[in-house]
Design a protein. Structure first.
Length: 364
């Protein structure tokens, strides 16, 4: 199991994947004035034009050269599924014919455990996943490749375009392991956060990981202080290793050592994501162990009833069991949210829509 997946295949990067200094260097090398880079990025990120032809304050020669070297978009919206609670899932087609998903989650009482009136987008970082969590649809067809930064950023821009509204919160909880795509992840974070880019505050960006301990430390040292969520799903090594193979490489002791390192360098509370699976990790012994581990980091917990995946045997526990598990955490004074997840009627478990589409097209 690799700490970082192989790089994305070479392909022309869209303007949405370039940092200001890179675009400036590229344009000045071609004989353009440095200020042209700012004009271009204003058209892309602030004015949200959809073609080079709309960049009317640029010379035609520059628009033509940009069109020849950088595609305007790196993905296209292939399908949108809506839910009764207005959650929407987007299926995006990439330049190589593969697909990724994003999920738009409406304002609710705490997708990340806080009262919120904001729109949250759950974005993908890879096509497929190599980490083989036993309950997840993302890895059922294996790992294909990393997403480039422009392919990550454009999920947000496309969702805003389709929704007709600004997205305020970004969570890297879609397909793939974000920290296994660290180079493209951190580039995308700079574009999402930059005032010249999408201008989303760092405290409104959350990176979720299955527990890549060395990469957690690298993220702690990254200048942009984003929030961290851990897909824990088991409070003992015995239980966690059964459903998350990553735990065999980075067991809980090593994971929590990296989390203590992160906590020392971040002002944000760590969040533990814990999917409740009937008969697997929903026992009160796991709840008590989770309470102890959470309190050691002054962290918070999101409990998520399992979202059924076609072809997998797992089920969600009863509401009574869910509440009993949460009560143990509450009694230990652990901040806990029991999520009544949105989108249960739209293949909302991560990776399902993409898997169906790629299977239908014979890609997997």
């Amino acid at each position: 199991m690799m700490t970082e997946s192989p790089p994305s295949p070479p392909a022309a990067t869209a303007l949405t994947g370039l940092l200001p200094e890179e675009l400036t260097a590229s344009l000045t090398a071609a004989g353009e004035k440095p200020y042209r880079a700012k004009q271009v990025q204003e058209w892309v990120f602030q004015k949200r034009v959809t073609s080079y032809a709309e960049m009317t304050n640029l010379p035609a020669s520059l628009r033509e050269s940009l069109a020849a070297t950088h595609p305007f978009h790196s993905l296209k919206t292939a399908k949108i599924q809506g839910a009764k609670d207005t959650t929407r899932k987007f299926l995006f087609r990439l330049h190589d014919g593969r697909y990724v998903e994003s999920v738009l989650i409406p304002a609710n009482k705490g997708f990340m455990g806080n009262q919120s009136d904001r729109l949250t987008l759950c974005v993908s970082s890879q096509v497929g996943c190599a980490y083989d969590c036993k309950f997840c649809a993302s890895g059922l067809a294996g790992f294909t490749r990393n997403l480039r930064a422009d392919e990550i950023v454009e999920q947000v821009m496309a969702a805003e375009r389709e929704a007709g509204d600004r997205i305020d919160n970004i969570v890297f909880m879609g397909m793939g392991e974000p920290l296994a795509n660290f180079t493209n992840l951190t580039r995308a974070l700079q574009i999402l956060h930059g005032q010249w880019g999408l201008n989303i505050g760092a405290r409104h960006i959350t990176v979720s990981t299955s527990g890549l301990a060395p990469q957690i430390k690298k993220l702690a040292d990254f200048p942009l202080s984003v929030r961290l969520a851990i897909s824990l799903h088991g409070a003992t090594d015995e239980v966690r290793s059964k459903i998350m193979p990553v735990n065999n490489k980075y067991p809980l002791e090593e994971l929590f050592e990296s989390l203590r390192y992160f906590k020392q360098r971040s002002k944000h509370k760590i969040t533990f994501e814990y999917i409740l699976i009937e008969g697997v990790n929903d026992g009160l012994d796991q709840a008590r162990a989770l309470a102890r581990r959470t309190k050691s980091l002054e962290a918070k917990v999101n409990l998520i009833p399992y979202n059924t995946v076609e072809g997998l045997p797992w089920k969600r526990p009863s509401v009574q069991v869910q509440e009993g598990f949460a009560d143990v955490l509450r009694a230990a004074r652990v901040p806990v949210t029991l999520r009544r997840e949105k989108g249960h009627d739209i293949d909302a478990a991560c990776g399902q829509l993409r898997l169906k589409q790629e299977t239908a097209e014979g890609l997997v």
